[in-house]
Write a protein that binds this ligand. Structure first.
Ligand code: ATP
Ligand code: MG
Length: 588
């Protein structure tokens, strides 16, 4: 039992100027967190209590899914990362720390980094400690603070520089066992999100810089989310747009028959798809080829799309470069022979084809037929361009961004688009890390094999805020029972009356006995202030004890989710509170 007058719940009437979304405003106003700096927050007592509840539920569910808890350092020797497969790709997001130093390392090669995640620490640990098939499977997890130098921290805890994550790593003898671990974790995630009262859905996800094949993200649908989800309720298909595919291009589609010989024509000043689509050229966007130049691990490469399509940059991850980016105009001309706006991949037109790491074409260009593309000569294009006859392509793949309305790949139903907050992620990593760090085990025939890994993350602090984003009204937070900082708030309107405080303590004790956490508002404040604060901090069950009610022999009981206020006789009060708490506990 905590007493508000002695406790620390700094609520605010006004939202801070930098809080743009409801959950961020409420985090501050309801006294859950305070900002220290960009993406850095103090968890105030209420916020800390929520974090502790989420942490405990997460621990229980991950353990039920086979996890074993440990704790790794936050400060990592930079060597661990430099030896790993993604130092180049991820170093910008890491906080680098200088130690006492031997003076040999330059400023760009730090001695330590603050852990953004822990594959680079746990794989060497497992390499050293797990040697035999008898040691497998293992699933090791921790719930700790992570550090990422996010370029644009925003929305409070949603994208912070320091945040709390549950991260788990599974180690199996073979693929089949790894898939089993993956599914056990998927179930653990579903249980966790259900128990904490967050409505999260699993969507197919891109594997990004992590690599690997199986990957799902857990998304909480919300307008302010950073992720686009393409889905269809009927078929059950749901995928992050970065990964989504569609049935737009029929499998095995052959080229249209060429309708004429390749022909160059002058297009002075025409450097956009739209300009070429307009008269006098009138080449519709879906009848054009768009050629983009990227640089992957230092070498330029080309991506060819329909003129009407957009590149889904994340899909370039499948090409295997450890880093890639769009080429600059200065890098393009020497390779292609023309400036952007006149580029193409027609055979023999690229100035320096040997400089290229490859020409990657989206499957949908097969829908173009007789198309138009740049001639790699400023101010000129080519028409009657046909894919097989005229274009150089190293490899076809899925590189375009799927649009809502396209047929879903499983059933052909139209895809819909909604936004979501990523609160969790599961990957089957395969042997990417075990190969790199030499994490092998010996089977019963004394043969060595790399361990097959999976990695799993839940953003605990982001989940706390996402629950608020999903569960609030105009007056404040509406906590689900299991995540609430307290379950029962007893508002004592006349705390100067000893009989009122005695009753509060009695009812508080009854609620605690039934398993609830109890906060007593014993502040000498006006009822209006107390009720406003009660709604703001969102405790599920409110009991109100006032001098007037005591004279009439009643107290009031109200759920945060309901409008009605029940009047309960003093004689029934303890039993009723016990029953309400027990019912809520059973449901949660
Ligand atoms: P995002 O795409 O949002 O940047 P991520 O894909 O980099 O996230 P993971 O590396 O998969 O994230 O981390 C696991 C989980 O940690 C995420 O699902 C998310 O809930 C949480 N998380 C990641 N970055 C942040 C952050 N900057 N602030 C708060 N939570 C985060
Ligand atoms: Mg992710």
């Amino acid at each position: 039992m905590k007493f508000w007058s002695q406790y620390f719940i700094p609520t605010l009437k006004e939202s801070p100027a930098d809080a743009e979304i409801p959950s961020h405003k409420l985090l501050i106003r309801a006294g859950l967190v305070r900002k220290l700096g960009g993406g850095l927050y103090t968890y105030l007592p209420l916020g800390l209590r929520v974090m502790q509840k989420l942490t405990q539920i997460c621990r229980e569910e991950i353990e039920r899914g086979g996890g074993i808890e440990l704790q790794m350092p936050h400060l990592h020797p930079a060597e661990n990362w430099q030896q790993g497969p993604r130092w180049a790709a991820i170093r910008e997001v890491m906080f680098r720390v200088d130690g006492a130093g031997d003076g040999k390392r330059g400023p760009r090669e730090p001695e330590y980094v603050l852990g953004p995640t822990h594959e680079e620490v746990i794989t060497p640990l497992v390499r050293a400690e797990i040697t035999s098939y008898r040691d497998l499977p293992k699933n090791l997890f921790q719930i700790t603070t992570k550090f990422r130098n996010e370029i644009r921290p925003r929305f409070g805890l949603m994208r912070a520089r320091e945040f709390v994550m549950m991260d788990a790593y599974s180690f199996d003898a073979n693929d089949e066992a790894a898939i089993k671990s993956y599914h056990a974790m998927k179930t653990a995630y579903e249980n966790f999100f259900r128990r904490v009262g967050a409505h999260a859905i699993a969507v197919e996800a891109d594997t990004g810089v992590m690599g690997g094949s199986y990957s799902h993200e857990f998304m909480i649908p919300a307008e302010i989310g950073d992720n686009d989800i393409l889905y269809n309720e009927e078929s059950g298909y749901a995928a992050n747009r970065e990964k989504a595919t569609s049935a737009l291009v029929p499998a095995g589609l052959a080229d249209a028959a060429p309708a004429g010989a390749l022909e160059e024509f002058a297009t002075p000043g025409i450097v956009t798809i739209a300009a070429l689509a307009a008269p006098p050229y009138s080449a519709p966007a879906d009848k054009q080829f768009k050629t983009l130049v990227y640089v992957g691990d230092g070498k330029p490469f080309l991506v060819v799309l329909r003129g009407c399509d957009e590149l889904e940059e994340a899909k370039l991850g499948a090409l295997g470069f450890s880093v890639f980016r769009p080429a600059t105009p200065e890098e393009i001309e020497p390779v292609m022979g023309a400036k952007p706006g006149s580029l193409g991949t027609v055979k023999g037109t690229i100035k320096n084809p040997d400089a290229l790491a490859g020409i990657f074409a989206d499957h949908a260009i097969r829908l173009v037929g007789n198309g138009t593309t740049g001639a790699n000569k400023d101010g000129f294009h080519l028409r009657h361009v046909n894919v097989s006859r005229d274009l150089t392509v190293t490899r076809f793949g899925d590189f375009r961004r799927v649009q809502p309305g396209e047929p879903d790949p499983t059933s052909g139903q139209p895809l819909k688009l909604r936004r979501g907050i990523e609160v969790g992620h599961i990957f089957k990593l395969g042997t990417k890390y075990s190969d790199k760090y030499g994490a092998v085990y010996t089977d019963d025939q004394k043969q060595n094999h790399p361990v097959v890994m999976g990695c799993y993350g839940i953003g605990i602090s982001r989940t706390m805020q996402a629950i608020i984003e999903q569960g609030h009204d105009a007056d404040g937070v509406v906590w689900p029972w299991a995540s609430a900082p307290f379950h029962v708030l007893i508002c004592v309107l006349d705390p100067q009356l000893p009989e009122a405080m005695d009753l509060a303590r009695q009812l508080g004790a009854a609620a605690e006995k039934a398993g609830a956490d109890v906060l007593i508002d014993d502040r000498a404040e006006r009822p209006g202030v107390k009720f406003k604060d009660a709604d703001l901090i969102g405790i599920p069950l409110r009991l109100t004890i006032g001098g007037k009610g005591l004279k009439e022999g009643i107290i009031e009981l109200k759920w945060r989710t309901q409008k009605e206020v029940a009047k309960i006789s003093l004689a029934d009060a303890a039993a009723r509170v016990t029953a309400e708490v027990q019912a809520a506990q059973a449901k949660a």
